[in-house]
Ligand binder design. Structure first.
Ligand code: WQD
Length: 343
């Protein structure tokens, strides 16, 4: 009997890539998604890649009755991977209540129902934003959690605390918190990838849309930072590597009885790349030029942050493998696929 995992937000960017890896690893998957920031057509891409279609429930995790129905109609779910959340940093500043309600009510509902339906494991999609502007890089899991610089980042910090408090209250569940650095790229088949809504806020989708002529020019937000070339540094992690980490984490919770009830892992490559270096990596990997200019800094941007992934490498048994050139080629192939399919 295959183990069944609930993936909330599973038609989203990281959720869809994780669903592909879960199916490949032999799990069955149920997706719940309210489709507020994703497209149901993603299920076709997942099926084409994995050769199996996940079960799908259109619904909102902030509604506990929806979740009761889901667990009753899909018995035997042993683990949850929780992606469902609003994730635009800028938007969260203007709509804090939407972010606190959506991102935290969903976590509380899921956690509350787990014991009732025999669900053992909870993998949480967290973010390096919990560290704020690090005092030093690379950054490991012992780095101090700093006051969040946005309601979005605060919801990640609070959700981590909610999960830890609930597990430590004696709830019969275990959890792994995965703190992502900067997820980028697309599936090598170019059948699934990032589907930004409107004008992309994140660097790579804006970059590939500029390369495709959809955007006129990429603005580099500042080249006067205290970095070698003046532009900000990030740890860009291939989304497929990131997806695989979720399967390893779920395996660990469900099949390793000797692990702590709550564990935290930084998911990054351990390599910092500047904005200008990433642009050059894309151009070298694809042969496609990216028209760009230097503009003013973006408010709230962190100067530099990259991971020390030693704990994930040595304890979780996971390591980011994709060369940045492959990731850039996959991101470009996905952008071309979108243009061909007028998606
Ligand atoms: C990366 C770098 C920008 C766009 C955010 C969230 C984080 C996570 C990933 C959800 C920065 C520069 C960007 C552009 C640019 N999201 N940039 N021109 O801000 O590091 O992280 O997304 O989990 O939580 O905070 O990612 O891709 O927006 O920016 O120069 O048009 O690219 O200044 O230095 P960020 P990003």
């Amino acid at each position: 009997m295959k183990e069944k995992i609930l993936v909330t937000g599973g038609t989203g960017y990281i959720g869809s890539h994780t669903t592909v890896e879960l199916l490949a690893a032999g799990y069955d998957v149920v997706i719940i998604d309210n489709l507020s920031n994703s497209n149901i057509g993603v299920l076709d891409g997942i099926e084409a890649i994995a050769g199996q279609r996940p079960e799908f429930v259109e619904g909102d995790c902030t509604d506990i009755e929806t979740l009761h129905r889901l667990f009753k109609e899909h018995p035997g779910i042993t683990g949850i991977i929780n992606f469902a959340a609003s994730k635009a940093v800028g938007e969260s500043i203007h709509k804090p209540l939407l972010y606190y309600r959506n991102n935290l009510m969903s976590v509380c509902n899921l956690l509350e129902l787990m014991p009732q339906y025999g669900v053992k494991g909870f993998v949480f999609s967290s973010s390096c934003t919990v560290y704020g502007e690090p005092d030093k890089n690379p950054i490991d899991e012992t780095a101090p959690i700093k006051p969040a610089t946005s309601p979005y980042g605060n919801t990640k910090q609070i959700a981590e605390e909610i999960i830890s408090d609930y597990v430590h209250s004696g709830a019969p569940i275990k959890s792994i918190l995965l703190r992502y650095f900067n997820p980028i790229g697309a599936h090598p088949t170019a059948l699934i990838g990032e589907l930004p809504v409107g004008v992309p806020q994140n660097l790579v989708p804006y970059l590939t849309q500029t390369a495709a002529g959809i955007r006129q020019e990429l603005t580099v937000f500042g080249d006067d930072y205290n970095t070698p070339d003046g532009s900000c540094i990030r740890d860009y992690i291939d989304v497929n590597d990131l997806a695989k980490a979720h399967v390893v984490a779920m395996d660990r919770i469900l099949h390793r009885p000797d692990t702590d009830s709550v564990e935290v892992f930084n998911l990054g490559t351990g390599r910092g790349l500047s904005v200008l270096e990433l642009i050059r990596a894309f151009e070298a990997a694809t042969g496609v030029k990216v028209p760009h200019k230097i503009g003013p800094r973006r408010e709230g941007d962190i100067e530099k942050i990259w991971a020390d992934p030693a704990k994930a490498n040595n304890v979780l048994g996971w390591k980011a493998e994709a060369p940045i050139e492959d990731t850039m080629r996959h991101a470009w192939a996905w952008q071309c696929h979108l243009k061909e399919t007028n998606a």
